[in-house]
Design a protein around this ligand. Structure first.
Ligand SMILES: [Fe+2]
Ligand SMILES: [Fe+2]
Length: 151
């Protein structure tokens, strides 16, 4: 409960932002929205930090996790052509949106930018916060893809 409150306190402004709310309109995996996916990654990132006493900067960790897929389009649809190579390109788009709508620092930017490593091999995670989100994203994505919720 205390943990939930700590996360909510850090993320409340971001999660209620109208542009972040738009992530609810896009499907990430199976029938999980991008918003829900980012929430799951933030939750797991927090749990990893606490479980292994990593003492991360929680604002950087949670903000980076919540905005790591803040690219704001449906990657299943072709769109205007900018969705091509989604896997390679979306992290950069998420960084651009994060900077456009929030004042994020360099560390948070790096968490978002490097989260698709090793698909983008040159974007090696260089902080523990970036490593945690990079790992949490892969684990959560696998779970969301394998265990689809039945409606
Ligand atoms: Fe991603
Ligand atoms: Fe993701």
């Amino acid at each position: 409960m205390k943990d939930q409150q700590e996360c909510d306190k850090i993320l409340s402004e971001i999660k209620t932002d109208e542009n972040v709310q738009k992530m609810k309109e896009y499907i990430q995996h199976g029938n999980v929205s991008t918003f829900e996916h980012c929430e799951n990654v933030a939750k797991l990132s927090y749990e990893i930090d606490k479980r292994f006493s990593l003492h991360s900067d929680l604002k950087v960790l949670l903000t980076g996790a919540m905005l790591h897929d803040f690219y704001l389009y449906d990657w299943h649809e072709e769109g205007d052509g900018s969705h091509h190579l989604h896997g390679f390109r979306h992290a950069k788009r998420a960084c651009e949106n994060a900077k456009k709508y929030f004042s994020i620092d360099k560390e948070t930017d790096h968490v978002i930018y490097s989260h698709m490593w090793p698909l983008n091999p040159e974007r090696f995670p260089r902080s523990k916060e970036a490593w945690i989100v990079c790992f949490a994203d892969k684990w959560v994505s696998l779970k969301e893809s394998l265990f689809r919720k039945r409606k």
